[in-house]
Write a protein that binds this ligand. Structure first.
Ligand SMILES: NC(=O)c1ccc[n+]([C@@H]2O[C@H](COP(=O)([O-])OP(=O)(O)OC[C@H]3O[C@@H](n4cnc5c(N)ncnc54)[C@H](O)[C@@H]3O)[C@@H](O)[C@H]2O)c1
Length: 337
């Protein structure tokens, strides 16, 4: 087991069976009842596993349909009602078992019900392992946009076991690889070079990607400045997702197009080598994350202008001048296209 320390909890990376999970939970929780929140797809695959893994606990399950549409106020409301009906009290533990949708929604339920209930994140997608379960952001979407309601709320424990990836569809796996490629580009050249030559990851690379996010989050836990580095590829990524109503591209795919646009802007500004642009572009094509012809920045300008980082005709934007180094710049509309 690898333990990554956060200020008030630990991230556990376990490369074996889940046999030690119960004892790890018992280090942070003394009651005998767990409230597992998950989506229907994950529940159908892992129902028996959950019963087996948490055999010394009484478990109450709350499930909802899988997919981004469930990160809604209606599902939030429904989950809260179900938890109360099943007898949840303030000191009980919520377990968010699933991808980023489960983690964000269950985390927001935990942050708000009774003004805060302890919770544990057990991410089951690659994206959730390296990104959404790390950093304490929880929340839901509104029809006006994604993640508009939320809070910063840390779990008591994050438990990561790559065994859960065995059942993950390839497209979802690649979606996580996109965020790992981003992590390598902004903060770890060894991780980037591994991903350049390998289309699978082990616990070691998952740890490296988490470390990149952890280091940034520790400097800027409330997203005031340095956390912006994590947004590399996301300004246009979010715009691409929004313009296509979140139906066409997965988050990692949209971010991949966004990284290509951001690298092209870096090249245009004389900050990024053309060779790096070409290399990343080829890598993202090989991992089935993007296809040519690529989107052009100016087709997404209207969406980008709605970004909260677009203030007074200037956009706060992240470029990567070289592998492992990210830079925040302020850029005008004409420099973007
Ligand atoms: N909080 C943050 O800091 C943060 C960061 C990045 C992304 N996010 C959020 O994460 C969400 C996306 O997360 P995601 O990509 O994990 O999507 P997801 O949670 O929708 O999971 C993707 C699909 O994989 C299925 N699945 C999950 N685990 C599985 C497994 N082990 N085997 C088989 N199928 C499995 C799910 O049922 C779902 O259909 C978005 O809502 C995004 O906003 C949050």
């Amino acid at each position: 087991m690898i333990y990554i320390k956060m200020p008030d909890y630990e991230i556990l990376l376990d490369d074996h069976g889940t046999g030690d999970l119960e004892s790890e939970i018992k280090k942070v929780y003394t009651y005998d009842k767990l409230f597992v929140i998950t989506d229907e797809t994950v529940f159908s695959i892992y129902k028996d596993h959950l019963r087996e893994t948490f055999k010394s606990f009484k478990i109450e399950y709350v499930t909802f349909p899988s997919g981004e549409e469930s990160k809604s106020f209606d599902v939030y409301h429904d989950v809260i009602h179900q938890l109360i009906k099943k007898g949840i009290k303030r000191n009980h533990m919520i377990v968010a078992f699933g991808g980023g949708v489960v983690g964000d929604l269950a985390g927001f339920v935990a942050a708000t019900l009774y003004r805060g209930i302890p919770f544990i994140q057990i991410p089951t997608t690659l994206l959730a392992m390296v990104d959404s379960s790390i950093g304490g952001k929880v929340g839901i979407d509104l029809i006006e946009g994604k993640n508009l309601i939320g809070s910063f709320y840390n779990p008591k424990l994050v438990y990561i076991n790559p065994k859960y990836l065995d059942t993950l569809p390839k497209r979802e796996y690649n979606n996580g690889l996109a965020e790992m490629i981003k992590a390598g580009l902004i903060g770890d050249k060894h991780l980037y070079h591994y991903l350049l030559h390998n289309d699978f990851v082990t616990i070691k690379e998952i740890q490296m990607a988490i470390q990149v996010k952890r280091d940034v989050v520790l400097i800027d836990p409330y997203d005031k400045k340095e956390r912006m580095f994590l947004n590399f590829g996301h300004t246009f990524g979010h715009a691409i997702e929004a313009k296509h109503n979140y139906l066409v591209y997965k988050h990692g795919e949209a971010v991949s197009y966004g990284m290509i646009i951001a690298l092209a802007i870096g090249v245009k500004l004389g900050e990024t080598d053309q060779a790096l642009y070409e290399e990343v572009k080829d890598l993202l094509i090989q991992r089935d994350l993007v296809k040519e012809p690529f989107m052009r920045a100016h087709d997404y300008l209207e969406q980008v202008k709605k970004d909260k980082k677009y203030i007074g005709d200037m956009l706060q934007f992240v470029i990567v001048p070289k592998v492992g180094v990210a830079k925040i710049i302020h850029i005008t509309e004409s420099e973007l296209v």
